[in-house]
Ligand binder design. Sequence first.
Ligand code: G1P
Length: 278
Amino acid sequence: MLKTCLFPAAGYGTRFLPATKSLPKEMLPILTKPLIHYGVDEALEAGMDSMAFVTGRGKRALEDYFDISYELEHQIAGSSKEPLLAEIRQLMNKCSFSFTRQNEMKGLGHAIYTGRGLVNDEAFGVVLADDLCINEDGEGVLSQMTKIYEKYRCSIVAVMEVPREQTASYGVISGRAIDDSLIMVDDMVEKPNPDEAPSNLAIIGRYILTPDIFSILERTAPGKNGEVQITDALKTQALEGMVLALKFKGRRFDCGSLHGFVEATNYFYEREYGKDNS
Ligand code: G1P
């Protein structure tokens, strides 16, 4: 039912310099697949097949990744290497891809607003590819969120508990529990200091947004760090209507940090090849 997933991917990825000087951070690989590939897999699993990217200067590798590489594919056709491209080829056959550029860095809210032309007048998913999420026991995080959307038809954020001292790295919510995993949001603050945080429930990079978010973003003034924050727009939406937060099942790796990136790499390596395989 939800068709489009938006991937804001215009950020510089400064924590991975110098690698990200000429390589989009979303193209950094966990084993042999770039981060963006995991994000697209998750969206597809949730039933979305229209992938929309908000990119920026120096991000053309993202477009090339979701295109055919004629020369390379011709070279390796029929060889033992050919199966290595099978997974990305299958993925490409299942979705469509569209791209637009954010030409000024004015925050995540602005990046999402920039993508409005790629999203029809309907609810859509948002994946921040440097948050890599897995759920070994069942469906992916975006899939869990689409189920909630089908029932409540409002914007939804995925949240997890973090140590209080880390609240300044996240959007933080508070609200009233509907059940064990669902909260009706009544407050949201972007990157609050621990003593100002309304709780320790942090938003991770998964959203479902209803399309009225665009008109709210239009009237949302720059907030934290002088940037237009999706957290502020969602707070308006929560106060004027309803926004839900889902304590998702599964695990999230912060691949925007070196520590989380290495953790994810080790996790996927062990899962794929087993601990003792070298
Ligand atoms: C963004 C959002 C923040 C959210 C985080 C999740 O921040 O602004 O609210 O908690 O993603 O990863 P960023 O990490 O891009 O600075």
